[in-house]
Write a protein that binds this ligand. Structure first.
Ligand SMILES: Cc1cc2nc3c(=O)[nH]c(=O)nc-3n(C[C@H](O)[C@H](O)[C@H](O)COP(=O)(O)OP(=O)(O)OC[C@H]3O[C@@H](n4cnc5c(N)ncnc54)[C@H](O)[C@@H]3O)c2cc1C
Length: 416
């Protein structure tokens, strides 16, 4: 820290947070834009940033019904990894991983990407076969991964319960060293600031309530702040996908489910990696602040309420205590839920639709945070060129007609 930043810190400390420079503008919506992105989560903001930076589209806007990052982007447990099974998803998530690795520099904003490694535990013989298959497939795709034994797990992760007498004994795990976590709010803020500096209008408190068309071509959006004309609409609204699709008389193969997360009181550093288990159905990491950040599986009903049921809380807590009995003395501080958009094959839809100028990016379900930069990058290409990039071509809406599904239930597993 140089003397100027020390002075600036002292000045701001004494100024009661007045006159701070705004990180992005709050413009009034224009009458027309070259493209509109609906949804100011990480994916929408990343799309707008790459539309401006990679495709030179500057007369664009992001419309957000609440505040940016207030959806799943600000509610997730921040796990990043790219060890998916099939080539299509492995390539897409690995593109994202590579972008993560340079993101703080690219945006000039610290997104606190921490490559502390991710373990996916196996508890049955079948789990181990699947894990080994996935590690091999990952390596063939140039993605880092290794199979680790119970003894290695006991050595590397203090306090984890590797007793053979537990209900689901740990028999091994996959480990992706380049996986880890990032600061979710910072991702939204970093993309927002960078997009704004390229001229993108980020308009909060602006809900899209209708889509206008002329025949099979979109012409604009009705919003809570008036009508805005545009020939291109990119929809990135996660759990609200079906609501927007209905405005365009489309039916998406999406179910909206609540997904919960929890944080404990802050404790001293105890866990320096991410541990996930599909069988006991929970996962945990520790934030830089010291909280244990705990994730669950989806609540098994459809809905739009950002909360969830007590049975999931109880189930997840017992799963985590089975893995780390020592955590039974830690108090939980907070619980919350987001609404995730789940596709039948646990893979996203990123592409064009039968309506010209209307594009959807959705279906990330429980695991889209890790894809934020990659998703924005390929979706920007799709919106700019009216055609998918080769990395997202397989993730089309048509796959539900042709049957070319990409089943990632194994790699998606418990919510993450
Ligand atoms: C509890 C929880 C834990 C998770 N953990 C992980 C994890 O560890 N790792 C991982 O990879 N993924 C995780 N996920 C999934 C991840 O959070 C999402 O896939 C990802 O953040 C989706 O980003 P998004 O930008 O598409 O959606 P969002 O961040 O939800 O953004 C969509 C935005 O659209 C806005 N919107 C909706 N309707 C309208 C409208 N009509 N007009 C204007 N705006 C509208 C919403 O207000 C919202 O801000 C988790 C999700 C949850 C809920």
């Amino acid at each position: 820290m140089n003397k100027y930043s020390i002075f600036s810190l002292a000045r701001n400390a004494l100024s009661h947070h007045e006159n701070w420079q705004k990180a992005w503008r709050s413009p009034e919506p224009k009458k027309a834009y070259d493209a509109i992105i609906v949804g100011g989560g990480g994916h929408g903001l990343a799309t707008a940033y790459y539309l401006a930076s990679e495709h030179g589209m500057r007369n664009i806007a992001v419309l957000e019904k609440g505040w940016i990052g207030g959806g799943n982007t600000g509610r997730n447990t921040t796990i990043v990894r790219s060890n998916y099974l099939w080539d299509e998803s492995a390539n897409l998530y690995e593109k994202s991983m590579k972008l993560w690795e340079g993101l703080s520099q690219e945006l000039n904003y610290n997104v606190m990407f921490s490559q502390r490694g991710v373990y996916n535990l196996g508890h049955t013989l079948q789990d181990l076969r699947d894990i080994q298959r996935r590690v091999n497939a990952n390596r063939l795709n140039g993605i880092d991964g290794e199979f680790v034994t119970t003894e290695q797990i006991a050595e590397r992760i203090p306090f984890i319960n590797t007793s053979p007498d537990s209900r689901y004994p740990i028999l091994g795990a996959s480990f992706q060293p380049r996986g880890g976590t990032a600061r979710h709010d910072a991702v939204a803020w970093g993309f927002a600031r960078a997009a704004d500096s390229l001229g993108v209008d980020i308009i909060q408190n602006c809900e899209v309530i209708g889509i206008r068309r002329d025949g099979a071509q979109v012409t604009g959006v009705e919003t809570s702040r008036g009508y805005i004309e545009t020939p291109k609409i990119g929809v990135v609204v996660a759990g609200s996908t079906s609501v927007i699709a209905e405005m365009a008389e489309l039916r998406m193969p999406i179910e909206s489910h609540p997904l919960q997360a929890f944080v404990s009181e802050p404790i001293k550093p105890i866990l320096d990696t991410v541990v996930m288990s599909n069988a006991v159905h929970g996962y945990v990491s520790q934030s830089d602040k010291g909280d244990l950040v705990i994730g669950a599986g989806i609540d098994g009903y459809n809905g739009y309420g950002q909360r969830g049921g007590f049975q999931t809380i109880e189930h997840t807590m017992s799963a985590i205590m089975e893995l780390f009995p020592v955590f039974s003395r830690v108090r939980m501080n907070r619980q919350w839920g987001g609404i995730v958009d789940v596709c039948p094959d646990a893979c996203p839809i990123i592409g064009t639709t039968p309506i010209k100028g209307l594009y959807f990016n959705c279906g990330w379900g429980t695991g889209g945070f890790k894809a934020t930069p990659g998703s924005g990058w390929v979706f920007a290409h799709t919106v700019a060129n009216d055609a998918p990039h080769e990395l997202n071509a397989a993730f089309s809406l048509e796959r539900f007609i042709t049957g070319a599904l990409i089943d990632e239930h194994g790699a998606a597993g418990v919510a993450h």
